[in-house]
Design a protein around this ligand. Sequence first.
Ligand SMILES: [Zn+2]
Length: 338
Amino acid sequence: MPLVTSKELLLDAQKQGYAVGAFNANNLECIKAVIEAAEEERAPVILQISQGAIKYAGLRMATTMVKTIADEASVPVVLHLDHGTSFLQNVQCLHVGFTSLMYDGSAEPLDTNIETSAKIVEIAHAVGLPVEAELGKIPKIEDYVDAKQADELRAKPASEQVSELRKIAGASVEKLMADPSQAEHFVKSTGIDFLAAAVGSIHGMWADIWPLRRDRIEELRNATNLPLVCHGSSGVIRTRADAEAKGIELAPNECTLEEAVKIGICKVNVATAVSMAFLKGAWEAWQTRRTEKDMRKILLPGLQSAKELIRGYMRLFGSSGRVAGSAAVAASEVKHAE
Ligand SMILES: [Zn+2]
């Protein structure tokens, strides 16, 4: 089916209390993993193109791949710009057919962030497209630990990783969080449709161990009444049971990803975890078939591994089963069409 806008999906998610997964369109295999997962789970889905993907594949190639696969998909698909860097880039994405935009002005002073976000909203809304913008700053793990420190941390039990990261990054992450007293003004002055608010997560984490701030999510939801977007979700602890199994203690004002969805997170961005699952699947296949000459036979287990992870996230977010029909029907329709 043709691409849909993120507003169509996220307003329903907000109303019904679930979240839509947003996964990165890094290459053909990743895009296929996302769409196959969505069709098997009967889940609406967002494919987003990051700055890295634009550098890797080029904007037109990445866009064309997503559009072509989405056209043949039996579930609603959004093509979204992730962390758009400028007014110009947002206009370019609008021009080539994106159905959802984002401006990340988190490195700018608040007034400049508001000014640019509002300009983008004005042109996007003129053609019916929604816009996500960032308030506060969602940091990345490289801001706190270098590659060597990360390797050392990763070798430790999850509970120790969390307690060390709390010491290294905790105060900074807290300081960078979105300020609820600015949120209402930010939303009213820009007219944005979704708020990518810094609520305690960190981009690029190697494992799902880190909590979100429940109090901040609730305050921002109450101040804006907009669907909230969680970035850096690969690193967020998924459930209470996971936290217990990993020996990670959550403070009373912290929560898991599952809980965050219930209190206002309507779009969940997962990039690093999918990339790592892909690499693991391909690596394991390569280990057992070192004489393989056909690259597709190594990439396919990577795709399967990424797909299984994505399916698990879709169930966690409650987006599974939101689209009528079954995977079997969808597959037979495709076959019939051929
Ligand atoms: Zn992000």
